[in-house]
Design a protein around this ligand. Structure first.
Ligand code: AMP
Ligand code: ZN
Length: 271
């Protein structure tokens, strides 16, 4: 029950979710997002699931079926958004084109597109908050990856409540598993016998994140917690020194720091 306790503590400490909020949980089909959906429902929140069908062959098919079953069993409504209907292509094609034309590799492209669709659809569903299943390991990896690449400022939005402040057009993204190690979530999901896939994304191979994840296997959960907590102490200072104006993307109208948002930049390469 340690996981549930940590979730409650994080929600309370950071004021992540209010009692009456409409809570939309972004479901990948994996253990983290499935666990947080289950816990928030158990805590009595008004929860819905939102999943993007990325069209990653059988992998997506199984995840979709699992989440339909999982949400039904937990009496939670589920919306599945079809990536091909949204942007005209599946994720493999998009990644292949971007690799060839922009030499963009890794999970960046997928992450930008997922965030764009999730924000758009969370708004459509009338969400007050959008929950993701990011955990302590993800956050510790982000801190170290940004540091090693010399891009520490990329972590300016890192927080259990992304961005920390409300920005017009953005549904507030929250991460109640921010301080929960992946090992504990895995144990939790298995103890609850969640009938889901426990594999990592088949697309994420040879990426910097995967390499980082590998060598971080030698780091204890306590050290990961210190990495994340100590970085959190820096975040307010980074934020106060780096304020960006948020505009509307000239193409899609979603909030963006530049004239054209990152998703629209990707979509323009697909034509
Ligand atoms: P990942 O980037 O795959 O590590 O996923 C991080 C979080 O993003 C997950 O815990 C989910 O909350 C969300 N997410 C990832 N993939 C999807 C998807 N296909 N549909 C909806 N949400 C997703
Ligand atoms: Zn745009």
């Amino acid at each position: 029950m340690d996981v549930e306790k940590k979730v409650v503590e994080t929600i309370e400490k950071y004021g992540l979710i209010k009692e009456k909020d409409k809570v939309v949980v972004a479901l990948s089909g994996g253990k983290d997002s499935a666990s947080i959906l289950y816990i928030l429902k158990k805590l009595g929140y008004n929860v819905e699931g939102l999943m993007i069908d990325l069209h990653l062959g059988n992998w997506s098919k199984i995840h979709n079926e699992n989440m339909i079953r999982f949400c039904e069993a937990n009496e939670v409504p589920l919306t599945i958004v079809d990536l091909k209907k949204e942007v005209g292509q599946g994720i493999c094609f998009i990644k292949a084109v971007l690799k060839k034309s922009q030499n963009l590799t890794g999970c960046t492209v997928c992450g930008v597109i997922k965030r764009w669709i999730l924000n758009k659809w969370a708004k459509k569903l009338g969400a007050d908050v959008l929950v993701t299943g990011h955990n302590l390991d993800d956050e510790a990896q982000n801190v170290l990856m940004n540091f090693l690449k010399g891009h520490v400022l990329l972590g300016v939005n890192s927080s259990p409540a992304t961005g920390g402040i409300k920005i017009k057009g953005f549904v507030q993204r929250v991460k109640p598993l921010f301080f929960v190690p992946e090992s504990e979530i895995l144990e939790y999901a298995k103890s609850k016998k969640f009938d889901i896939l426990y594999d990592k994304c088949p697309c994420a191979f040879g990426t910097y994140r995967v390499e980082t994840r590998e060598w971080m296997k030698g780091i204890s959960d306590l050290e990961k917690k210190k990495i994340v907590e100590n970085f959190q102490k820096l975040v307010p200072k980074l934020r106060s020194e780096n304020v960006w104006e948020i505009k509307k993307c000239g193409k899609c109208g979603e909030p963006s720091r530049r004239e054209l948002c990152n998703a629209c930049k990707i979509f323009s390469c697909l034509k």
